[in-house]
Design a protein around this ligand. Structure first.
Ligand code: OAD
Length: 244
């Protein structure tokens, strides 16, 4: 496999602590659309300002809820792929591991990853837009459904543009990036901050940084290893090369 050098395999095998940041590209092979890919990305077809902001939800909660319900359906019909599986295996193979994901699809957990920091929430959960608490059971006769406790509309439990990331997750992600020996950036375009700053925090702290992406991203010139290809092919190969 191109790029899978002995130096990289050794770096993976010897790492005492590994952190991985994933983006929508790792779920592409599961059939979940990415955001910025030119033909197939969601933001090529939909305007994030009208669907993924608090203002959009205030303006047209029905439209926003229905769009997320459509995406939830896609996620519910998807299965984890070999890339998710390889990261779950890597977690079991190294002394310390942190998985930080921008994805809201829950596929890492389904693949067996134990410790997952969800920076952008989870589309399978809903929460009350007024009380900010997760709601598990609700009537579906209204769109969006209403909070059984206070009657406010429910919203997907995801982070929208203009909203702060969950503080504890954000802190844990930064700590993981700063304390790891090896940092993997997988399937993310690196355009959305603060997640996009994590590989640079790792670089500053002296970690070996590896990118896995079919396309070059802004991180490519700074990464120690930039592997061009699909996560579902490269990650299993890398983990197999390091741990058999
Ligand atoms: P993007 O759509 O911006 O980037 C997806 C990346 O995955 C691109 O760089 C692709 O080249 C790459 N890719 C595609 N197929 C791949 C494959 N099979 N294996 C590996 N990589 C592949 O998605 P994100 O970087 O996840 O936020 O976007 C970050 C955030 O922007 C999302 O969490 C979302 C979005 O707006 C919110 O909604 C808040």
């Amino acid at each position: 496999m191109p790029g899978l050098t002995r130096g990289l395999v050794e770096a993976v095998r010897r790492a005492g602590s590994v952190a991985a940041l994933t983006g929508s590209g790792i779920s592409a092979e599961s059939g979940v659309p990415t955001f910025r890919d030119a033909q197939t990305g969601l933001w090529a077809r939909y305007d994030p300002q009208q669907l993924a902001t608090p203002e959009a939800f205030a303006h047209d909660p029905e439209l926003v809820w229905k769009w997320y319900a459509w995406r939830r359906g896609l996620v519910e019909g998807a299965n984890p792929n070999a890339g998710h599986g390889a990261l779950a295996r890597l977690e079991r193979s190294v002394p310390a591991f942190s998985l930080v994901t921008q994805n809201v699809d829950g596929l890492h957990q389904e693949a067996g990853s134990e410790k997952v920091i969800e920076l952008h929430g989870n589309i399978l959960r809903s929460r009350c837009s007024a009380e900010n608490v997760t709601v598990e059971a609700y009537e579906t006769d209204h769109v969006p459904p209403l909070c059984p406790n206070c009657g406010a509309p429910l919203r997907p439990d995801v982070v929208w543009f203009g909203e702060a990331l969950p503080a504890a997750g954000s802190r844990a992600a930064s700590e993981a990036a700063r304390s790891c020996d090896l940092f993997l950036s997988v399937g993310t375009s690196g355009f959305v901050y603060p997640a996009a700053s994590l590989p640079y925090e790792a670089l500053e702290s002296g970690a070996t940084v590896v990118e896995v992406n079919p396309e070059p991203t802004p991180l490519a010139p700074d990464a120690h290893f930039s592997l061009r290809g699909r996560a579902g092919e490269i990650l299993p190969e890398l983990v197999r090369a390091a741990f058999g």
